[in-house]
Design a protein around this ligand. Structure first.
Ligand code: ATR
Length: 503
């Protein structure tokens, strides 16, 4: 098995309706997986008579699982029938040599027939418990008890827990730390638990479960990734106890491009590091989880950029001035806050339109939220004359006063002031994110403006398209996203971001 060694293994959960469909899924994903779990509870009833055949079809080690509904599975028929099927599949007549390598039996299932059939065929028992109500406070003790009970029989203990939020993340991470070195499977279900699937090698879980990629395939448990993403994006095969862990924390987080930006650079430089998306709901509890996981650095995104300041120290002017941090570094047991949004915003301008950064240049900032604050600070500090325009004028006023700027609404009187501040127009609102909407519909570009839209998807917002058509110089949000990430990369690793990396 390619997963042998200090790391973990990738197990593909097969949830097709037929054995043939499962074998086809396995063939497709095979380059990226070490073993498979046949979820027999997803099969059509007519397939169940042929369970014993599957290991030969699979051609790599297979776990047999017939999960009851109470444990999150789909098996609704009786317990007697379930045990009969397990016995038959493991050791009944017609079983091929080289049968199932593992069988997953729940903690409360003790059946001499099933266990005996497994033993005779050299099939190892995975002894599991599931908790769909959350991560129990005594998780480490619970797993230790399970390990004691089953260790003498050579069984592999497994706990699968529903991770409801950051408090559960903390419990799971702390239990993993306590259980380091013990052979076990530990997996956090749901999107809050997704980090544990990526970090299985680091957390000491014997395997991680994943789902086939693509449409029309049921996921065995929520939060599972596909094996290709695990191997190619997260470089799962190389993750072990020594791997440096970084990540991005936010809510939502699923569509963040940051894992791609950072992991691709670790790969290019050959660094033993991984960058993980963390969905969180409580920054204080999450940071405790991150400490237990030994996370060295975090990108911070919406909605936590302001809230993390209470939990961190900083001496940076950018953090003080903007009241926000997009970066946390674990330094000697303390979280140090930094803000690379300011430098990340300025870098593309310095590269592509340095003339507009001359002191005294008139600039307009659309929006008055957190992103606008970093932009206004950056421009005001460079001596530009800044006008803040926002849908809610009171917010524009509050931001403008803080930095000594002019302000207005996104309305006719506001637009009238724009002509004196239009050498640079920076768009910081969420308008345009869906590919529709223009925050300045009443403004006609003259072609002399430099227009910078912080929205990065789509790459060409309606505002930028209009500005470009009028002959303006335009800068898209991707440039800023990448520049702030490159600055973070330097803080995290002490290395320069590989300049020629195409993303
Ligand atoms: P961020 O931290 O990303 O800047 P935010 O603090 O929620 O996010 O700010 C969002 C900005 O987008 C605000 O300036 C908001 O305007 P209001 O202050 O009036 O809410 C602006 N915004 C959001 N939707 C908008 C819309 N449909 N039209 C104009 N501005 C909008």
């Amino acid at each position: 098995m390619s997963g042998e060694g200090p790391g973990s293994r990738i197990c593909l959960c097969l949830t097709g309706g037929s054995l043939e469909q499962d074998a086809a899924l396995l063939r497709r994903e095979r380059p990226h997986v070490d073993l498979a779990e046949l979820r027999a509870d997803f099969l059509e009833p007519s397939e169940l008579a042929h369970l014993a055949r599957f290991p030969a079809l699979a051609g790599l080690p297979v776990i047999l699982t017939l999960r009851r509904t109470a444990d999150g599975g789909r098996w609704r028929a009786g317990e007697g029938e379930r045990r009969r099927l397990l016995r038959g599949a493991l050791g009944g007549a017609g079983t091929t040599p080289g049968g199932y390598a593992f069988v997953d039996l729940e903690e409360d299932l003790h059946d001499a027939g099933v266990e005996g059939a497994a033993r005779e065929r050299g099939c190892r028992v995975i002894r599991s418990f599931h908790d769909f109500h959350g991560v129990p406070a005594n998780l480490a003790a619970r797993v230790r008890r399970l390990a004691c009970a089953c260790g003498g029989r050579g069984e592999l203990p497994k706990a699968a827990l529903w991770v409801r939020g950051s408090r559960d993340q903390r419990r799971l991470a702390e239990a993993c730390r306590e259980l380091q070195g013990m052979e076990k499977i530990l997996t956090g279900m749901g999107e809050y638990g997704s980090f544990s699937r990526i970090l299985a090698g680091r957390l000491g879980s014997w395997l991680t479960y994943c789902s086939p990629g693509g449409q029309g395939v049921s996921t065995a448990a929520p939060g599972q990734l596909d094996p290709r993403t695990l191997v190619e994006l997260y470089r799962f095969r190389g993750i072990g106890p020594q791997t440096a862990v970084y990540g991005v924390v936010g809510n939502p987080i699923a569509h963040s491009r940051s894992p791609e930006i950072h992991n691709r650079a670790y790969a290019a430089l050959g660094l033993d590091a991984v960058y993980v998306p963390f969905l969180a709901d409580d920054p204080a509890a999450f940071l405790k989880a991150a400490e237990a996981l030994g996370v060295r650095g975090l990108s911070v995104t919406v909605p936590f950029k302001e809230r993390v300041l209470r939990l961190a120290r900083s001496a940076e002017e950018e953090v003080e001035a903007t009241g926000a941090a997009n970066t946390l570094l674990a330094v000697a047991g303390i979280w140090r806050a930094a803000n690379t949004d300011v430098a990340g915003f300025l870098a593309p301008l310095e590269r592509e339109a340095p003339a507009v950064l001359q002191p005294g240049t008139g600039a307009a900032v659309l929006g008055a939220g957190g992103a606008a604050r970093a932009v206004v600070h950056a421009l005001a500090r460079r001596g530009l004359r800044v006008l803040v325009l926002n849908r809610t004028p009171a917010r524009a006023r509050a931001l403008a006063r803080r930095f000594g700027c002019a302000w207005g609404g996104l309305d006719e009187p506001g637009l009238a002031r724009l002509s004196g501040h239009s050498a640079l127009i920076v768009q910081t609102t969420t308008v345009g994110m869906d590919g529709a909407g223009d925050p300045l519909p009443g403004y006609r570009f003259r072609g002399e403006e430099c227009v910078y839209d912080l929205v990065y998807a789509p790459a060409l917002t309606p505002l930028l398209a209009r500005a470009r058509a009028a002959g303006c110089r335009t800068i898209g949000g991707w440039s800023m996203l990448r520049a702030q990430a490159e600055a973070q990369f330097r803080l995290f690793t002490g290395r320069e971001y590989p300049a020629d990396l195409q993303l």
